[in-house]
Design a protein around this ligand. Structure first.
Ligand code: FES
Ligand code: FES
Length: 159
């Protein structure tokens, strides 16, 4: 049995140590928001946060996450949080088409803005280069990311 925390709650998982975190989340914990894309660490659809940093869950075995904190897209973000600003911006700019890549984008952008709310737009967008969208929503995504970053900076300045 492996113990970890997922979306703020302690969980126990009865699975092999080498089972990818992606399948632990989807199959063992019934959290379907994290997507399977390539399964090879290339597309970023499976991105979750591990102790606040983005990781590709298809490449992260259960043994690596034991005793650690995993965040997925499944938990509703706290109102006013970075995650809430990112989710709202993605929706308001109508970024999702099929939506398959979106949980990965959301976790990647949220992690970047949480670790540095003052990150400049160019660095933020460059950090997203490794996530892929087969529907090609990149232009809308960039607009949404700039908007989310502006909201987060505005909050930080008003704090
Ligand atoms: S499914 Fe993990 S990187 Fe593509
Ligand atoms: S919206 Fe379809 S893969 Fe990105």
């Amino acid at each position: 049995m492996t113990e970890l925390r997922v979306n703020g709650r302690p969980v126990q998982v009865d699975a092999p140590d080498d089972e990818p975190l992606l399948w632990v989340l989807r199959d063992d914990l019934a959290l379907p928001g994290t997507r399977y894309g390539c399964g090879a660490g290339i597309c970023g659809s499976c991105t979750v946060m591990l102790d606040g940093a983005p990781v590709r869950s298809c490449q992260t075995p259960l043994s690596v996450v034991a005793g650690r904190e995993v965040r997925t897209v499944d938990a509703p973000p706290e109102p006013g949080s970075v995650a809430a600003h990112v989710r709202a911006a993605l929706l308001e700019h109508q970024v999702p088409q099929c939506g398959w890549c979106m949980s990965g984008w959301q976790m990647q952008v949220t992690a970047a803005l949480e670790s540095d709310p003052g990150v400049d737009d160019a660095s933020l967008i460059a950090g997203l280069d490794a996530n892929l969208c087969r529907c090609g929503t990149y232009a809308r995504l960039r607009r949404a990311v700039r908007d989310a970053a502006a909201r987060v900076r505005s909050d930080a300045e008003g704090a």
